[in-house]
Write a protein that binds this ligand. Structure first.
Ligand code: HEC
Ligand code: HEC
Length: 313
């Protein structure tokens, strides 16, 4: 009986791993409403949304580089430090929820929160709407798209529309998945196999290679995290240190890593994952191969950001 059970368990685990191996490439293009996207882009780049007109979304989400920042915890209004490492806005549209703790259900739900966050843009939504209404260019642009012109929902909708085109297709790994077997080197191919064998794929899977479930940071050992993750929202003991499993797309560009930016290199991140999430250790060539695989997840920046030439700070 016991033996049967073990065999059944092995089949079950085997199937689960097989199912989870189906990573899919990003689409090359997406359907968009061009007017909304243009308006959303203007808003994303415009410090008009912040309290003292010094910060735009772009200040912390650098679209010319990684859609994120390069520091552990970025500085918001009046130089205040935020609590989390900035996640990239690239491919965020494919995350099942937004923010590390998943408190926003989608991009539109997320878009107004940084504006009103006291340590980010430090503004209020009524004040931001007021300032937009004073601006003839925005009044015209909103009226051309939305019957009710400048409202908080339309502001969120336009920003979210722009973010939907912030996708980075054609990573070497995606080309490989599409059938171009030359797109990956031998080390990255071995790394992909390890990614499946070691079980990384059980949490980082789907179109974003992550971003589609929550999990505890520290399954096998205490990570000494200061942030409590989903517990902050639910107050359930089992949600302590539970975060959204981040997407690994463009991961080679988005250092530092983890919700608190505690890891500065991919090597360090893989070591942390192996120890805390898988309860194992990894050395030498295997570690290098996994890093090579992660490096193959860097895609191409979309056409729409090519003409941006504002500096981030
Ligand atoms: C001061 C820096 C800062 C500014 C300005 C800022 N963000 Fe962020 N953004 C962050 C940080 C930090 C997080 C993570 C916060 C968290 O998870 O609680 C984040 C998270 C996000 C996410 C979630 C991504 C994911 O994968 O969960 C999106 C989308 C996003 N920001 C878009 C925007 C937009 C749109 C604006 C402008 C309206 C903006 N941000 C302004 C720092 C900033
Ligand atoms: C049990 C689920 C689970 C497994 C297995 C897992 N991860 Fe993770 N991974 C997570 C979670 C959750 C986070 C976010 C941790 C935090 O709170 O900062 C994460 C974060 C990461 C990050 C940092 C991402 C960023 O944007 O900062 C990398 C890189 C990563 N994982 C790679 C891997 C690799 C490689 C493996 C296999 C060796 C792996 N993970 C296995 C759940 C998992």
């Amino acid at each position: 009986m016991k033996k049967k059970y073990i065999i059944w368990m092995m089949c079950f685990i085997g199937n689960t791993i097989l199912l989870a191996t189906e990573l899919v490439p990003l689409p090359i293009t997406v359907e968009v409403d061009a007017k909304k996207v243009a308006l959303g882009k203007k808003l994303f780049l415009d410090p008009i949304l912040s309290k003292d007109k010094t910060l735009s979304c772009m200040s912390c989400h650098n679209l010319k580089h990684n859609g994120a920042d390069i520091v552990k915890r970025t500085k918001g209004i009046d130089g205040q430090k935020g609590y989390f490492n900035v996640p990239t806005v690239y491919n965020a549209t494919y995350n099942f929820r937004q923010f590390w703790d998943g408190r926003a259900k989608d991009l539109a739900d997320q878009a107004l929160q940084p504006i009103a966050n006291p340590v980010e843009m430090g503004n209020t939504i009524p004040k931001a709407l007021h300032d937009l209404k004073e601006n003839a260019v925005y009044v015209k642009a909103f009226n051309a798209i939305y019957e009710d012109g400048i409202t908080k929902d339309n502001l969120a909708d336009a920003i979210a529309a722009f973010e939907k085109v912030l996708i980075t297709p054609n990573a070497p790994f995606d080309k490989y998945l599409r059938g171009d077997k030359e797109a990956l080197g031998a080390s990255a191919i071995r790394g992909y196999a390890l990614f499946k064998e070691k079980g990384c794929i059980s949490c980082h899977n789907g179109i974003n290679i992550g971003g589609n479930m929550y999990n505890k940071f520290g399954v096998y050992a205490d990570t000494k995290s200061k942030e409590l993750g989903r517990y902050t929202l639910t107050h359930k003991e089992e949600d302590k240190y539970v975060f959204k499993v981040p997407s690994l797309r463009n991961i080679a560009l988005t250092a530092p890593y983890m919700h608190d930016g505690r890891a500065t290199t991919l090597k360090e991140s893989v070591n942390l994952m192996v120890k805390y999430q898988l309860g194992r250790r990894i050395y030498g060539e295997e570690l290098r191969d996994l890093v090579s695989f992660l490096q193959s997840l860097t895609g191409e920046l979309p056409e729409i950001v090519k003409d941006i030439n504002v500096s981030t700070r």
